[in-house]
Design a protein around this ligand. Structure first.
Ligand code: PMP
Length: 339
């Protein structure tokens, strides 16, 4: 596929901003080139290309550094994809609802229409309907949130391949929760599918939501394009370092993830046995979605005890989305339900 043809026409001749750190890349010297302050600890601009972090991620995910983009959270990746691929006021994107709310918000900010292909009763993608929509409407982006927020299930690589094969645009697989899932990542597909971008984040399993570090994996040309349009220093030095430190502590990562998954099982068992809960939806994430009558009443009673869950009843009837907390937090939640 000619991936340059995917780029928004008005950007194709863009000459990216060239920062002082682009023009001199050595690490040693007397730096009088970037109008920085010579005093302090955070006085120097960070590496605009986050080379060390990309190299660590490339090793972790078995890709090359050229296939890795770092964003200020994966929300920045989503926004940059709109700006890179979509012509405002003209192009459309496709999503599978209910799903993560930022696709729609980012679309509105970028003056792009959203086509919706609702998930079926088991929260699966209706592939026949999706393929028909793709053929008729030619969406520029297709957002596949897998595992999906707020339903918790994931979509097969076969489905992702079928969507990408049918599309003249770009499939964006949002894998914010993939590290909690018992399934392979779509990153394994980027070598063979040119119109695929897979986003991940340090905000969930890596425990760094405050640091704002998101990732996009894709073919090297699209990754270069994302880099060309990003703000030059989009990820701070502190945040790059926080991500590197997290990656260096693989044992801690595995241990915390195991603890969260064990607690998730405990919550699932509790809610399955709780008489008023009608359904505990299967989850490949660090949250569970439960269906119970008067979910809004439960939500408010929990709030009154300073236990904050997410009321998702507006998108899935009678549902609460509950993030897995620490064992103590989960005990308090369980006791509140019992009481
Ligand atoms: N994608 C999904 C599916 C999410 O649920 C979230 C966070 N709620 C994000 C992306 C945004 O993550 P980040 O912190 O990396 O911007």
């Amino acid at each position: 596929m000619d991936t340059n043809a995917l780029i928004r026409p008005s950007l194709r001749d863009l000459k990216p901003y060239s920062s002082a750190r682009d023009e001199y890349t050595g690490k040693e010297g007397i730096f009088l080139d970037a109008n920085e302050n010579p005093y302090g600890n955070l006085n120097r601009y960070p590496d605009p290309y986050q080379r060390e972090l990309k190299s660590a991620l490339a090793q972790l995910r078995n890709v090359t550094s050229e296939q890795v983009f770092i964003g200020n959270g994966s929300d920045e990746v989503i926004d940059l994809c709109f700006r890179l691929f979509c012509e405002p006021g003209k192009d459309k994107v496709l999503q599978f609802s209910p799903t993560y709310g930022m696709y729609k918000v980012s679309a509105a900010i970028n003056d792009v229409d959203v086509l919706d292909c609702p998930l079926d009763a088991t929260f699966e993608i209706d592939l026949a309907k999706a393929l028909q929509l793709i053929e008729q409407q030619q969406p520029k982006l297709i957002f596949v949130c897998s595992p999906n927020n707020p339903t918790g299930n994931l979509f097969s690589l076969k489905t992702i391949k079928a969507l990408a094969a049918a599309s003249q645009g770009v499939v964006i697989v949002d894998e914010a929760y993939i590290d909690f899932a018992n399934a392979p990542s779509a990153v394994s597909l980027i070598d063979t599918i040119d119109n695929l971008i897979v986003s991940q984040t340090f905000s969930k399993a890596w425990g760094l939501a405050a640091a704002r570090v998101g990732i996009a994996y894709g073919n090297a040309n699209l990754i270069t394009w994302l880099s060309n349009i990003k703000p030059p220093y989009n990820v701070s030095e502190l945040n790059q370092q926080a991500a590197l430190d997290a990656l260096a502590d693989k044992a801690g990562f595995e241990q915390r993830k195991r603890a969260i998954l064990e607690e998730k099982q405990r919550l699932i068992s509790f809610f399955k046995a709780f008489p008023l809960v009608e359904k505990v939806y299967p989850s490949e994430t660090n949250f569970i979605l439960i269906k119970l009558p008067d979910a809004t009443g439960w939500y408010e009673r929990l709030i009154s005890q300073q236990i904050i869950t997410r009321n998702r009843s507006s998108v899935i009837a009678d549902s609460l989305r509950i993030t897995v907390g620490t064992p103590t937090e989960n005990d308090i939640l369980i006791n509140a339900f019992k009481a």
